[in-house]
Write a protein that binds this ligand. Structure first.
Ligand SMILES: Nc1ncnc2c1ncn2[C@@H]1O[C@H](COP(=O)(O)OP(=O)(O)OP(=O)(O)O)[C@@H](O)[C@H]1O
Ligand SMILES: [Mg+2]
Length: 283
């Protein structure tokens, strides 16, 4: 089971002077249970690609296939594909329209005909899975903190029981604690079997958590691979607007001085290597 994207092309305002090529020949396959990060400078096509993954946008050429079903204008069950692949837009909390957190989370499943006890059970399950206290269910979503609002937005997608979760800049606008908590939460959801796809500027969390990373530059997929491979690629082929995190640059500096260290070893890996290098020979 997977989302398969092959040679996807997409332009906005086709056939007009304002035509913009947003994606050109992009290929990527996402297996269930994987964590994929899509990174790239502003305007590189991350949101356009994310929106193809749950059939908000339909390919103009190339292929998007969700669990074997191609996304095409004539596809009958686009609604089911949109349920299967939950898409969390950037700043989703700006789109809240319910007066309580409970109603916000219940909105999508109730539109699908889920009612009564089953609906309430879904709301509770989704709220708990994102760490929202039951006591907040009757609150106005706009009265919550930024991190809590992001959780409500996530719960409102999880209440549809998706198999894939696509998040467009999930950490945008959160403080350092909010980012850490959200990323840990995504890790838990992924451990529970959900695929996580995040479009992000945050290379540090992409290196730390992803199984694979796709780098977009001006609508083209220029590299895809494991974090270590992508860190090496970006070190050798700098991409405008993508700045390598300090820990990666520090690891690269150590490797350049003859120490054996992975570029994405992180702080603990760096400390281990430095301690080992300090010990006198034979101790
Ligand atoms: N609705 C739209 N109408 C016209 N052009 C658009 C539209 N949305 C995006 N574009 C253009 O398509 C290209 C890709 O945009 P996209 O929003 O996918 O990039 P992005 O990587 O998500 O950028 P950001 O990091 O700023 O969110 C850009 O050139 C952008 O200007
Ligand atoms: Mg975007």
């Amino acid at each position: 089971m997977s989302i398969k994207i092959e040679r996807l092309c997409y332009s906005y305002n086709t056939g007009t002077p304002a035509e913009t090529m947003a994606l050109h020949d992009v290929s990527l396959t996402i297996e269930r249970g994987e964590w994929i990060s899509i990174v790239g400078h502003t305007g590189s096509g991350k949101s356009t690609l994310s929106q193809h993954m749950n059939a908000v946008l339909i390919p103009q050429s190339g292929l998007v296939e969700i669990d074997g079903v191609p996304v095409e204008p004539k596809t009958k069950n686009l609604r089911e594909l949109r349920r299967k692949v939950g898409l969390v837009f950037q700043y989703p909390e700006q789109q809240f329209f319910s007066e309580t957190v409970r109603d916000e989370i219940a909105f999508a499943p109730s539109n699908w005909g889920v009612k009564g006890d089953e609906l309430q059970a879904r709301v509770m399950e989704a709220a708990r899975s994102v760490g929202l206290d039951d006591g907040l269910l009757e609150s106005n979503p706009f009265a919550l903190s930024g991190g809590q609002r992001r959780r409500v937005a996530l719960a409102s997608i999880l209440s549809m029981k998706p198999d894939y979760l696509v998040l467009d800049e999930p950490t945008a606008g959160l403080d350092a604690t909010g980012i850490r908590e959200l990323v840990e939460l995504l890790g838990e959801l992924r451990s529970a079997g959900l695929a996580v796809v995040q479009a992000t500027h945050d290379l540090q969390s992409a290196f730390e958590f992803s199984d694979r990373i796709l780098v977009l530059e001006q609508g083209r997929g220029i590299a895809v691979g494991a974090p270590e491979e992508i860190a090496r690629y970006l070190l050798d082929n700098p991409v405008h607007g993508l700045i390598l995190p300090p820990l990666v640059r520090f690891s690269a500096g150590l490797a350049g001085r003859g120490l054996t260290i992975g570029l994405t070893s992180g702080l603990e890996g760096i400390i281990d290597v430095l301690e080992a290098a300090r010990k006198p020979c034979g101790s």
